[in-house]
Design a protein around this ligand. Structure first.
Ligand SMILES: C[S@@+](CC[C@H](N)C(=O)[O-])C[C@H]1O[C@@H](n2cnc3c(N)ncnc32)[C@H](O)[C@@H]1O
Length: 189
């Protein structure tokens, strides 16, 4: 099959400056993305979201925040084809769609292919931060992560992050939240 030719995003052009890039995958309403961008004005923040209405919402929220951009795209496509190799300092995958029914689980975003794409796009020692309220999904995420040769599991406790919209809801419901931080340790061969 011929290889897909797509122009990769140029961070400096997209943001009008060069700065470390952080990417929120499935950014939803963008509240987490915008809060984080305000906390770290020297970094660039990109949200990826596939639903048009949510992307429009994020655009409105981010209008006056200079270091935020949002892209309507599929997460795997964007990580694999639109981001350049070793260009991302941190990815966030916060409360990805859980697809709890067994027959739907093939739709879950976190797979070996997803991790391969993340490993290629992350810079040396870059991190992927994941959170979910679904224990069985979390176990699957942990298992896939431990089996991948490019990552080590890092300590997630040192960082206090803004709450996402879903996290706020889960906290109100008293639901457990499971977190994992992966650090890229090996170059992709
Ligand atoms: C459960 S919501 C969580 C949103 C946000 N991260 C939060 O915690 O509030 C999952 C989000 O991921 C988006 N999403 C799901 N699959 C996606 C994909 N393959 N590509 C891009 N966005 C996706 C959904 O549209 C939704 O906005």
């Amino acid at each position: 099959m011929p290889e897909l030719q797509v122009a990769r995003l140029d961070g400096a052009q997209l943001f009008g400056r060069s700065a470390p890039l952080q990417v929120d995958l499935g950014c939803g309403d963008g509240s987490f993305l915008c809060e984080l961008a305000k906390q770290f004005p020297r970094k660039n923040f990109l949200g990826i979201e596939r639903l048009t209405k949510r992307v429009e919402k994020v655009r409105r929220k981010a209008q006056k925040i200079e270091n935020v951009r949002v892209l309507r795209a599929d997460t795997l496509f964007a990580v694999r084809h639109l981001l350049s190799e070793s260009s991302v300092e941190a990815f966030y995958l916060l409360f990805p769609d859980p697809w709890p029914k067994r027959r739907h689980q093939f739709r879950r975003i976190f797979t070996r292919d997803f991790l391969d794409a993340i490993a290629a796009a992350l810079e040396k020692h870059g991190v992927l931060r994941v959170a979910t309220d679904q224990l069985d999904y979390f176990r699957q995420i942990e298992w896939l992560s431990r089996a991948h040769s490019c990552f080590e599991i890092a300590d997630s406790h040192e960082l206090v992050l803004p709450l996402t919209k879903f996290e706020r809801t889960f906290r109100e419901q008293g639901a457990p939240i499971y977190r994992l931080t992966l650090r890229k340790t090996s170059p992709v061969r």
